[in-house]
Design a protein around this ligand. Structure first.
Ligand code: TTP
Ligand code: MG
Length: 401
């Protein structure tokens, strides 16, 4: 199926919002803008700083610092209690915006996510353009800034996002990984706490470059097998490039309960194609293609059945979803029986295929259909759903009526 033997380069993007809680406060309360803002415990009480604005960082205030210490450093800062519900809502919006760029989004904290952007070059552009796109989407979507790092794996992406904060964008191409890592202090690597750091310093290792020069066996002697291996691999820029999207919805489905039970083919067919169009629309918005179409039918008296069909190729096409679901209905033997509810679903996301999008020759053949859907989806956004439909729907509806 893949006629191009060259695998695309894997690119992982790490997005980290800048001074997240404090920036939301400054966004929502203009009087706090440009001022040191500390979110966390109230001065005079026990507790710590959750985060602070970059204006407060000038005074040396940091996350997890006792609030008394923060107050000592900057008494005139604005001290605010966290409003987690508001921050969580913004976090959800940010993740959704990232999902608009690639469906392979792994949120790792309230303000941080890994995104697999491999294979997007044909759709959007090179890694830098994708990074710019992500930042612009966040800026226009939630009026906040983020720092973005892009690299061949998670480690490099994360280190790259940290390097130019706030509002940074750093791309580390595979051939530049070693040089990028070399000057960094070893404390920036994963799993390096105070104990490991002390051991490394005792060995005269302060930078990643120095760490690269130490044989694995020597590290194992002082640090133990597991931590030594982990450090050694990081020093050479090796880490996982798998973005875990298990949180991504398992399926996209839409269903409709009729006001009155119906056994009329024309009504069922019309409803099913509307539902298929909604499912296809959501899938395309999320850039997902599914290989399993599910039909759900509830007959008179709550008797509920689902039937599934595995397609030959993953799809997000309204036509394909509808035709498959309709065939399932026709083959089901329910024809003529009164239907109370009908639904259609799409699942079985073909992640690998998505990643290799740019490599598939047949994608070009399908581009015409895709661009047609893009026009329809845009029109749906402007004029409302159902204003424009593909001809096949009407034909199918007529034939069955
Ligand atoms: P971070 O991304 O670590 O910090 P940040 O977004 O505030 O600042 P930066 O620009 O350096 O990324 O954490 C995200 C949010 O998580 C932060 O806004 C507040 C919360 N948080 C805590 O509540 N306690 C902590 O110790 C840390 C580190 C973060
Ligand atoms: Mg952050």
């Amino acid at each position: 199926m893949i006629d191009n033997p060259v695998m695309p380069e894997r690119y992982i993007m790490h997005v980290d919002m800048d001074a997240f809680f404090a920036s939301i406060e400054q966004r929502d309360f203009p009087q706090y803008r440009g001022r040191p803002v500390v979110v966390g415990a109230q001065p005079g009480h026990r507790g710590v700083v959750a985060t602070c604005s970059y204006e407060a960082r000038v005074f040396g205030i940091r996350s997890a610092m006792p609030i008394s210490e923060a107050y000592r450093r900057c008494a005139h800062a604005v001290y605010l209690r966290p409003d987690m519900a508001r921050y969580a809502a913004v976090s959800k919006q940010v993740m959704a915006l990232l999902n608009g760029i690639s469906p392979l989004v792994e949120p790792v904290s309230i303000d941080e996510a890994y995104v697999d952007i491999s294979g997007l070059e044909k759709l959007i552009g090179g890694p830098e353009e994708i990074g710019r796109r992500a930042k612009a989407a966040i800026q226009s979507g939630v009026r906040l800034t983020a720092s973005v790092g892009i690299g061949p794996n998670r480690l490099i992406a994360k280190l790259a996002s940290e390097i130019r904060k706030p509002n940074g964008l750093t791309v580390v191409f595979p051939q530049a990984v070693r040089a990028f890592l070399a000057p960094l202090p070893v404390s920036r690597l994963g799993g390096v706490g105070p104990k490991t750091l002390a051991v490394l310093e005792r060995l005269g290792i302060f930078t990643v470059k120095q760490l690269q020069a130490v044989p694995l066996e020597r590290l194992q002697y002082d640090l133990g097998k597991k931590s030594a291996l982990r450090l050694h691999q990081q020093a050479w820029g090796l880490s996982s490039d798998v973005v875990d999207i298990r949180e991504t919805r398992k399926s996209i489905s839409k269903e409709h309960t009729f006001g009155e039970d119906t056994c009329e083919n024309a009504v069922l067919c019309d409803r099913l194609r509307r539902l298929a169009a909604e499912v296809g629309y959501i899938a395309r918005q999320k850039r997902l293609q599914g290989i399993v179409v599910t039909l759900k039918i509830r007959l008179k008296g709550f008797e509920t059945h689902t039937r599934q069909c595995r397609l030959e190729q993953p799809t997000s096409s309204d036509r394909m979803i509808f035709q498959t679901a309709w065939s399932l209905y026709e083959e089901s033997g329910y024809a003529g029986r009164a239907v109370r509810l009908i639904g259609v679903g799409l699942s079985g996301w073909d992640i690998e295929r998505y990643r290799q999008l740019g490599l598939f020759a047949e994608i070009r053949d399908r581009q015409r259909e895709q661009s047609l859907y893009a026009v329809l989806d845009k029109a749906a956004e402007r004029f409302g759903k159902g204003m424009l439909r593909l001809g096949y729907c009407e034909e199918k509806g007529r034939r069955d009526s």
